[in-house]
Design a binder for this molecule. Structure first.
Ligand SMILES: [Fe+2]
Ligand SMILES: [Fe+2]
Length: 131
């Protein structure tokens, strides 16, 4: 099992539920990466992408609710970033038809996308979280 993306304590935003979801998303990406490596069939990967899509949507909903609750002043801007990411993941799923492959570019993108979002966008609300 290859850990393609690694979540460590530096990635913590200070809310255990949000951290748990971030870890889960990282695991989903790692699972998908390993499935591709092991040469799994298209439908298995499609199921994984479907999970990633659903998990992304659920995660953004929780995060937006938390930002609202803690009175994070840039909630609207953050929400707009989520909308763009949601569009992208919906497209990724709908375009993953039989015969398509998940290339290394897709994984590089997912890795940068998630770690980048956590470290430079999510981290902005971390100081507002009650610990
Ligand atoms: Fe997040
Ligand atoms: Fe976010």
């Amino acid at each position: 099992m290859i850990s393609y993306v690694v979540w460590n304590e530096n990635c913590s935003v200070g809310d255990p539920r949000i951290d748990a979801q971030h870890k889960q998303i990282v695991e989903l990406i790692n699972d998908m990466y390993n499935l591709v490596h092991e040469g799994h069939a298209h439908h298995t990967l499609r199921e994984c992408l479907e999970n990633l899509r659903d998990y992304t949507v659920a995660h953004f909903a929780l995060e937006e609710e938390v930002m609202q609750r803690i009175g994070f002043p840039e909630t609207d801007r953050h929400r707009a970033v989520h909308r763009a990411m949601t569009e992208r993941v919906l497209l990724m799923y709908s375009e993953f038809l039989p015969g398509s492959e998940l290339s290394l570019e897709v994984f590089e993108y997912l890795k940068k996308w998630w770690l980048g979002h956590i470290m430079s966008v999510d981290m902005n609300y971390a100081p507002y979280i009650d610990r």
